[in-house]
Design a protein. Structure first.
Length: 258
């Protein structure tokens, strides 16, 4: 099979997935919304694992802690792909491909994006609140979040957008790899290293930030909410560009016969 046929096959698989997502969101919005909430759960479970592991090593071996935390965060995408869930950032590529392939309408894209974004936030918020309420790791994570959260919040908007573009290019590349790889072990290996690349590089993921900012807000005794809003807006815009334009559009153009 030549590369064009392989790409065309990938485009068709992604487009079929977009149609299924659009149908579910339109005809059974409750079920779709629940799947989005579950994806938010997975993101914060991975965030807790990643952040606590990094925080334990931060005082003595911060470099190793950063590498370990970045590697462990990849469990989020593995859970979403293998267990199931609707992640906003992955849907940026999937629904855009459905639109480019003329199998979905703009209203379908907007509906799926809005539902998955809100559902992801609810899921992330719920798990974060439960973890905070449990009272474990408060001192450990307070010190750790103090080391980097304000830097995330005070970054220039253009920097946030560019970091988010590259971040979601990598996230969607991991999703694409899960389609192309034929074995479960192959899918997991590629997803782990691609997701690790965006985390260790300090790139910005809007859904991960929902969990981090919720945890940091309670552990640090509050955050400047206007800076949180600016970060979330810029990162969301960048994530959409990264998935919908930087990856999905070239894949579609490379798969065409003309």
């Amino acid at each position: 099979m030549d590369i064009r046929k392989m790409l065309k096959s990938d485009v068709e698989i992604i487009s079929d997935s977009a149609v299924a997502k659009a149908d579910l969101a339109k005809n059974n919005s409750g079920k779709y919304f629940l799947k989005a909430i579950i994806a938010g759960f997975y993101i914060v479970v991975a965030t807790i694992l990643s952040n606590v592991s990094a925080a334990v090593l931060y005082p003595t071996f911060p470099q190793f802690g950063k590498l370990l935390g970045s590697f462990l965060f990849a469990i989020a995408i593995v859970l979403i792909v293998f267990v199931g869930g609707e992640l906003f950032t992955g849907n940026n590529m999937t629904m855009s491909m459905g639109l480019y392939n003329k199998s979905c309408k703009r209203s379908d894209v907007i509906r799926v994006w809005v539902y998955s974004y809100i559902g992801n936030f609810i899921g992330a918020f719920v798990i974060a609140i439960i973890f905070v309420g449990g009272g474990t790791c408060k001192v450990l994570l307070t010190d750790y979040y103090n080391s980097f959260v304000m830097a995330k919040l005070t970054a220039e908007p253009i920097q946030l957008i560019l970091r988010a573009i590259l971040c979601n290019f990598m996230v969607c590349l991991a999703v694409l790899a899960s389609i192309r790889m034929k074995t479960e072990s192959g899918k997991i290996i590629v997803m782990f290293f691609v997701i690790m690349a965006f985390v260790v590089s300090g790139l910005e993921h809007c859904i991960a930030n929902m969990g981090i900012f919720t945890l940091a807000y309670f552990f640090m005794g509050g955050l400047p909410l206007h800076l949180v809003a600016i970060n979330m807006i810029c990162v969301t815009i960048g994530n959409i560009i990264g998935g919908a334009i930087l990856l999905a559009l070239p894949l579609k153009l490379m798969s065409t016969d003309k």
